[in-house]
Structure formats: structure tokens, C-alpha cells
Ligand binder design. Structure first.
Ligand SMILES: *[C@@H]1O[C@H](CO)[C@@H](O)[C@H](O)[C@H]1NC(C)=O
Ligand SMILES: *[C@@H]1O[C@H](CO)[C@@H](O)[C@H](O)[C@H]1NC(C)=O
Ligand SMILES: *[C@@H]1O[C@H](CO)[C@@H](O)[C@H](O)[C@H]1NC(C)=O
Ligand SMILES: *[C@@H]1O[C@H](CO)[C@@H](O)[C@H](O)[C@H]1NC(C)=O
Ligand SMILES: *[C@@H]1O[C@H](CO)[C@@H](O)[C@H](O)[C@H]1NC(C)=O
Ligand SMILES: *[C@@H]1O[C@H](CO)[C@@H](O)[C@H](O)[C@H]1NC(C)=O
Length: 780
């Protein structure tokens, strides 16, 4: 009874104080939630509100004031308010993969802002091979996120993007979210995204006082790239990864994201790696990220990953053990509510010291302070003036259009059938042609500002458009109306087929089990092509690659275009490409494998081929089998030729540090260790390459130049070739351009040996650009 009345008094106090101290969105919809209201004498007196103290001092002060129950309440994504300290609730889980999204818990597009710019899905953005464009996009996403926050429609400014896992297997349902299969592309993508979103400059290093415009989160740490293969799902999968593959495939993008991007967040993945759940891996989270890479942000778990460690993986004996394992490993905040339920008993059972909880809280409050949420009314601060007019603005939409155009890849163009002339009657056929614009967005989207279907995009280019879906049940196409589509083909001057996949075929939790176009799509395409007056244009929308060998080989299919999921203005971008208002220059960021590839288990994480067992290896770096289209493939309405203008230091002599050697196949191979050379020596050893590009066509074009390196003498375990630089350049028709690359000997000419140690071997190497080669020598 006594307890009861105390509770009532407490609730009463709680409510009055809450009203007085907390600016929560429920109280005033257009004021964002924040702490340290300067007009309030009580909060003003807290040292954590004192801007003269360092962020560390302030975070420490907050943590020191919390009771055990308050501390535990803050260890989950939905962190409740602490009214007595004037601290509002906070939502850690927000998404912004390719635009501010409402998929997380804290963003509401239902106030003065009802939509946000939806850029193309990342796999298409990656195809531009243009880091400056990537940076500009994420800068806009950060601006729109602040706009949403300032409008009182965001419960948090931590965003769980980018996804920088390697697109290892073509079946992966989330390959679409990544920048493809190459570690360097994913690294540069991650760094560009993080810098843009967080308010840094393109070159980095400009975050004043560590302040964040919005917080990025590199995910999923690590070796996560499988949803569900024959019943092995991501929650239980134990990825067996070699040290060598970890060093040169799975980890580099995370290393870059932390070291160069200075990401303020990391998410640990559901899966295990070599037996240990990622979120309970001290070696991964603390030794690697925090100690080796100096990561100073927060680490979140993937949603319910903590619970699954116990419930699905049976890794720990009790829920309390799991809590102790993840906190000790270095995780700071759980997406879920397992901490709420079990952290207190873990403390009472002495499974985890309070100091570990304090460490996590310190990291968490540091981020919230860095976001400017403890500096008084944020609308009066640095990013406070970003208003709703900066969301879905014309500039932002223009950028979404530019991004789609820059990524679209021309795969086939027999007899230069493309670009099409403006025509009288255009036949547009296919289940993706008139889908609502949501299909164009891929997953993790928000309400787009505009809706332009593919079909609508074509309207401006033809006097008359005939449309047929051709499939009665969408892209699944279990049932097709081939005759009606054929009728349309017969009466049209030109026919465009808009086929491919959507999220019903590939998405989070859903990997594909084959690489062909679903259902009767192939039959529909071939029938329409046969009936058409002229060769048809085939447009494929998809994230993961499909085996379209049949279309490649069909003479009645004159043009093939891959448009990924091109974002809210994808329809317009595609029409501009098809009718020649834009010269396509995108190049594939992933290998397109033949359908037989699925014979290898998706669970086999090995990158390197194993000839003895017929394992073909994965991605252009190691795959030895036949390809439908290769990494970096992409045509244009122009042709480009290259020449090496200069290569400074084509003979590298490394005389610092000890020379090591091993005997392999009775041959002695001498090498240096990158770690023994040290950062300073590594900095001095680089090769400056200046490359000339000539546009031999008549149309101006934006063209990504890809520089690869390969050892002259292929050895077991070496990549076939490796991308070491890329840059996009715009060249006038008949004009010339130049790009420069700094190739670092330590970074780009090294290899990971089987123990995962980076070594530089003596010998000859080749730079490759297109068909052009340039010889390099390394002596020790
Ligand atoms: C912070 O420093 C300024 C300048 O030294 C001083 O005027 C101000 O009173 C200080 N504020 C607090 C809360 O200590
Ligand atoms: C927006 O949605 C949230 C969550 O559903 C709701 O609490 C809020 O009242 C809504 N706001 C408006 C202006 O409709
Ligand atoms: C395309 O889809 C929209 C929306 O579902 C529909 O209103 C329109 O009639 C369709 N267009 C054609 C030509 O069928
Ligand atoms: C590009 O070069 C290829 C091969 O030489 C040629 O077949 C094609 O017509 C050229 N295309 C353009 C647009 O110049
Ligand atoms: C390498 O050795 C040469 C000759 O001994 C010396 O002049 C040079 O400075 C050394 N280079 C470096 C980078 O240490
Ligand atoms: C990799 O290099 C390190 C350092 O030289 C060496 O200790 C290790 O044995 C090498 N691993 C293999 C498999 O060659």
C-alpha cells in the first residue's frame, strides 16, 4: 500500500517535471527534442550542459548522474527520456540508405515534411564510379535529415547506413544495398557516404569539434552477405572465413569507413564468423575497431541480434551471459529490448561490471552531444536553419536524376540501334514498365517527392505509346499474356521491354535461388522480339545480376540496358538515355554470372578458386569461370581510347626494413611486410599515373576510368586483377581528357598472404586500363 502511494507521488512529480524540462515532440510537433534548454535554470546548472567543457567531460557527467535503472534503460535503440535531467527520449534506429527513409523507428514523414528525395538504390549509384557524386548525394541526405529533425519529425539523428558488405554471391537479396563486389569501390563509397552525411568535406578532416550533422553507421560488421540459403539463415549462419579473405575482401571497407571516413557508428552483424557471433566478438569490436583503427563512435547490434545469440545460436548459457558477452566485446547499444530485460540481472549476478555499462553509455551520450542535442535549442545552432524547403528541393531532385543517369549501364547496342529516334508509336511492354514508382526505389526507401514511372518517362518521346504489362502477376510472371504483348509489338515502330526483378524476388531476408528472369519473362521477351518490326530494346531492373545470355545472343534484341533500381526520377533518366538526351557511361559494379553459378553453395565464403574441387572462386578478382558480363563492363554512345601520359616511378626499389622470403614450388619469393615499412615510408612510395582519354565518338560523355593492377606472374591466391583506382571524367565528342592516379605501393601493390599479413612481393606488375598495359617493377 505504502509502496503504491509513493508510486503515485512519483508519477505526479514525474509528469510535472517532464512538462517543465523536456521538449519532446509530443508536446510541440515542430520543435525537435533536445536537452539543456538554456531558458531553464535547472538544466543550465548541469555540467553536461556546459559548452565550455569537453564533450568527454560532459558525457562523463551525464553517466555519473544516472541510476542503475536509468543506465540500463539507455542500452537499447528506443532510449526513454530521463525527465529529472531534462533528457528527452532518443531513437537510435533510423535509416537513410539512399535517402531519408521511414523504415527505421524515428523518422516520420507525416508533418510539414511528407516526403524525402529518393536516390537510386546503391548498386546503381555505384555504377557511376564517381565518389564526388556519392559525396554530393549523402550530403543532401544529411541536409534533408536535419530538415526533418528541425521540423520535429525525427526522434534521432543516427542513421544505419551505409551497407558496405561485399556483394560476394549474386543471389544475395541485399546486394542491391551495396556498392558491389569490389573492396576499393565499397571503401570509397563508404568514405564518401560517411563524410557527406556527417557534415565533413569530401577530402575529410573538416568536422569542427567533432560535431556531426547526422551520424552514419558502417554495417554489417562483418562478413555478412547471406539472408537465407536452403534454410541456413543470417541469424544462425556461421561464416567460415579465412584470414586472407578477411584481410583483403571482407574488412577493407570497414577499415576505410572508420579510419578515413571517421564514421561515428558501426553495426555488428547477425552472423557468426568462425564460430563467434559478431556482436560478442571482443577481437572484432574492441581489438580491431577500437584499438587498431582508433574507432571512437558507438557500436549498435543489428536488430534482435543479441537475443538471437542466445535463442538461435545457443552461444551463451543464459540471457545474462549474452548481455555480459556483448558488452564485454564492446557493443554499446542493442537494437531490441533484451538489455532492458536482462542487463539488470546480469549486473546483480555480477556477470558484468558497471564499468562496462558506463563505457557503453559514455560512447552513446558522446554521439548525442556531438549531434548538438545537448546544446540548447538546436534550431538556433549550426544546422538549425535547414528548413522544409531544403527537402525535396529542385536541386536535390536534379541530383537524383543525375545519379540515375550516371549509373545506368548500356550492355548491348548492336548496330548502334540506340539512341532511338523520336517515333510515332512506341510499344512499352513488361511488368516493371508501369509499376508505381516504389519499384524504382529498391528497399529502405521513404516516401519519394515525385512519382515518375518508366512508362511516363517515355511519354515525352513518342506521339503514341502502347503499353502492356505482359505478365498478369508482376515480375513473378507465372502467367503471361504473350499474345496481347505481341499485338502491341506488331503495331509499334519500336518496342521497349521493361523486365527484371523487384523486392518480391530479392530483398532483406530473401535471397534468390536461381539467376534467371522469373517465370515466363524470357518467353515473353523472345516472343515480342520475334514479332517486332525492328530489334527491341530490353531494359532490366534488378539489384543482383541475372543471366540474360539468351538476350545477348538474340539478334532481334538490339539493345540491353541495366537500370538497377533507379530512384524516384529513374523513369525520366532511362528515357533520356534511350532517346539520346544523355550518353550512358555507367559500368557494372559486379560480375554477372551464368545461371550454373548457383551450383556452389551460397554458404561457401571462400573468395579464391580451388581448382582441385572445381570451386570457381568469387568476383572478378578470383572467379575463373565464364561470365555473362564482367565487372566494369559498360558501353556508351561514344568510344574511348586511353594512353599513359606519364608514370612516375615505374621502378620501385624498397630498401627499408627486413626482407623476408618463402619457398613456394621450389621458387624463392622475397617480400617486405607493410607493417614493418611503417606509415611514413609507405607515404613516400607511390606511383603517379597520368592517363589520357580520347572520346573517339561524336557525343560528349561521362566516362569512369578504371585502373587495375595484376602481377605478371600469377601465383596461387593472387587476384586475377585488382582495381587500384577509378575516376569519372567528362569528355567532349572528339575531345581529350586526363585523369591522375596515385597508386600506393603499400596499399595497392601489396597482397594479403594466407595468414592475412600484408606483404609486398618483388617482381613485375602490370597496370591495366581497358586493353592498355603498363609495366611496373618492384625490387627489394
Ligand atoms: C564559459 O566560458 C565563457 C568565457 O570564458 C564564460 O563567459 C562563461 O561564463 C562560461 N560558461 C560557463 C557555464 O561556465
Ligand atoms: C506522425 O506519426 C506519429 C507516429 O505514428 C504520430 O505519433 C504523430 O502524431 C503523427 N503526426 C502527425 C502530425 O500526424
Ligand atoms: C499505369 O498505372 C497507373 C497506376 O496504377 C494507372 O492509373 C494507369 O492507368 C496505368 N497506365 C496504363 C497505360 O495502363
Ligand atoms: C566503337 O568501337 C566499336 C569497335 O571498334 C565499333 O564497332 C563501334 O561502332 C564504335 N561505336 C561508336 C559509337 O563509335
Ligand atoms: C635507399 O638506399 C639508397 C642507397 O643506399 C639511399 O640513398 C636511399 O635514401 C634509400 N631510400 C630510402 C627511401 O630510404
Ligand atoms: C605471412 O607473412 C608472415 C610474415 O612474414 C609470416 O610469418 C607468415 O608465415 C606468412 N604466412 C604464410 C602462409 O606464408
Amino acid at each position: 500500500m505504502g509502496h503504491f502511494s509513493i508510486t503515485i507521488t512519483f508519477i505526479f512529480l514525474f509528469l510535472t517535471r517532464y512538462h517543465r524540462l523536456v521538449h519532446a515532440d509530443s508536446l510541440a510537433t515542430n520543435v525537435p527534442p533536445y536537452s539543456c534548454d538554456t531558458s531553464n535554470p535547472l538544466t543550465k546548472s548541469f555540467p553536461f550542459c556546459n559548452l565550455n567543457l569537453t564533450i568527454t567531460q560532459r558525457a562523463k557527467d551525464i553517466v555519473s548522474r544516472l541510476t542503475l535503472d536509468e543506465k540500463i534503460s539507455q542500452l537499447v535503440n528506443t532510449a526513454p527520456a530521463i525527465p529529472r535531467l531534462g533528457i528527452p527520449s532518443y531513437q537510435w534506429w533510423n535509416e537513410a540508405l539512399h535517402g531519408v527513409s521511414y523504415v527505421g523507428k524515428g523518422i516520420r514523414l507525416n508533418g510539414s515534411i511528407t516526403a524525402a528525395t529518393s536516390f537510386p538504390q546503391i548498386i546503381l549509384i555505384a555504377a557511376s564510379f564517381d565518389p564526388k557524386l556519392w559525396y554530393r548525394i549523402s550530403k543532401v541526405i544529411g541536409t534533408e535529415a536535419r530538415g526533418v529533425y528541425n521540423a520535429g519529425q525525427a526522434q534521432g539523428m543516427t542513421f544505419w547506413a551505409p551497407n558496405i558488405n561485399i556483394f560476394r554471391d549474386p543471389r544475395w537479396g541485399r546486394g542491391q544495398e551495396t556498392a558491389g563486389e569490389d573492396p576499393l569501390v565499397n571503401s570509397k563509397y563508404g568514405v564518401s557516404y560517411v563524410r557527406g552525411l556527417q557534415g565533413d568535406s569530401f577530402e575529410g578532416g573538416k568536422l569542427i569539434g567533432g560535431r556531426l550533422k547526422a551520424s552514419a553507421c558502417c554495417k554489417h560488421f562483418t562478413a555478412y552477405d547471406l539472408e537465407n540459403w536452403k534454410g541456413v539463415n543470417r541469424y544462425v549462419f556461421d561464416a567460415k572465413v579465412t584470414l586472407q579473405d578477411l584481410a583483403d575482401t571482407y574488412q577493407p571497407s570497414f577499415h576505410s569507413c572508420v579510419v578515413q571516413g571517421r564514421s561515428s557508428g558501426i553495426m555488428c552483424a547477425y552472423n557468426r564468423v568462425n564460430g563467434v557471433p559478431n556482436c560478442a566478438d571482443y577481437n572484432l569490436l574492441t581489438n580491431t575497431a577500437r584499438k587498431k583503427w582508433n574507432f571512437n563512435g558507438y557500436i549498435a547490434s543489428d536488430c534482435d541480434a543479441v537475443r538471437f545469440i542466445y535463442e538461435k545460436q545457443g552461444y551463451a548459457k543464459t540471457p545474462e551471459d549474452v548481455v555480459a558477452d556483448v558488452l564485454r566485446a564492446g557493443m554499446d547499444v542493442e537494437c531490441g529490448n533484451y538489455m532492458t530485460k536482462h542487463a539488470k540481472s546480469a549486473v546483480l549476478q555480477k556477470k558484468i561490471p558497471i564499468s562496462q555499462i558506463d563505457r557503453a553509455l559514455h560512447n552513446l551520450f558522446t554521439i548525442r552531444i556531438r549531434l548538438g542535442l545537448f546544446d540548447g535549442n538546436p534550431t538556433k545552432l549550426q544546422y538549425g536553419r535547414i528548413g522544409p524547403n531544403q527537402v525535396c528541393s529542385k536541386e536535390n531532385l536534379d541530383l537524383a536524376l543525375e545519379a540515375a543517369r550516371s549509373g545506368i549501364v548500356l550492355l548491348k547496342n548492336t548496330a548502334s540501334i540506340l539512341p532511338l529516334p523520336r517515333v510515332n508509336t512506341l510499344g512499352v511492354i513488361g511488368p516493371n514498365a508501369n509499376k508505381s514508382s516504389i519499384v524504382l526505389l529498391g528497399n529502405y526507401f521513404g516516401q519519394p517527392c515525385k512519382q515518375v514511372s518508366i512508362l511516363k518517362g517515355f511519354y515525352t518521346y513518342a506521339s503514341q505509346t502502347h503499353y502492356r504489362s505482359g505478365c498478369t502477376d508482376g515480375v513473378k510472371c507465372a502467367s503471361a499474356e504473350i499474345d496481347r504483348a505481341v499485338e502491341v509489338a506488331k503495331i509499334s515502330d519500336y518496342v521497349i521491354l521493361v523486365m527484371g526483378l523487384d523486392q518480391s524476388q530479392e530483398t532483406e531476408t530473401l535471397d534468390r535461388d536461381h539467376l534467371e528472369l522469373p517465370g515466363k519473362q524470357q518467353k515473353l521477351i523472345n516472343s515480342v522480339a520475334k514479332a517486332s518490326k525492328k530489334p527491341v530494346i530490353l531494359v532490366i531492373l534488378c539489384g543482383g545480376p541475372v543471366d540474360i545470355t539468351f538476350a545477348k545472343n538474340n539478334d532481334k534484341i538490339g539493345g540491353i540496358i541495366w537500370a538497377g533500381y533507379p530512384g524516384e526520377l529513374g523513369g525520366r533518366a532511362l528515357a533520356q538515355v534511350v532517346f539520346g538526351d544523355y550518353n550512358p557511361g555507367g559500368r557494372l559494379p559486379m560480375t554477372w554470372y551464368p545461371k550454373d553459378f548457383i551450383k556452389i553453395p551460397m554458404t561457401d565464403m571462400r573468395m579464391r578458386a580451388d581448382p582441385s574441387s572445381g570451386y570457381p572462386g568469387r568476383t572478378y578478382r578470383f572467379y575463373t569461370g565464364p561470365k555473362v558480363y564482367e565487372f566494369g563492363y559498360g558501353l556508351s554512345y561514344s568510344n574511348y581510347s586511353y594512353n599513359f601520359i606519364s608514370v612516375k616511378n615505374n621502378n620501385i626499389h624498397i630498401n627499408q626494413s627486413t626482407t623476408h622470403s618463402i619457398l613456394e614450388n621450389s621458387e624463392t619469393i622475397r617480400y617486405k611486410l607493410v607493417s614493418e615499412l611503417g606509415k611514413k615510408a609507405c607515404k613516400t612510395m607511390s606511383i603517379s599515373v597520368t592517363l589520357g582519354i580520347t572520346n573517339t565518338g561524336s557525343m560528349a560523355g561521362k566516362h569512369p576510368v578504371l585502373l587495375f593492377v595484376k602481377p605478371k606472374k600469377g601465383r596461387n591466391g593472387n587476384p586475377v586483377k585488382q582495381l587500384v583506382g577509378f575516376e569519372s571524367v567528362t569528355v567532349e565528342g572528339g575531345g581529350k581528357g586526363e585523369v591522375g592516379f596515385e597508386v600506393s605501393v603499400c596499399e595497392h601493390l601489396s597482397r594479403a598472404n594466407e595468414s592475412g599479413v600484408k606483404v609486398i612481393e618483388e617482381g613485375g606488375y602490370l597496370f591495366l586500363v581497358g586493353e592498355l598495359e603498363y609495366s611496373i617493377n618492384i625490387t627489394l
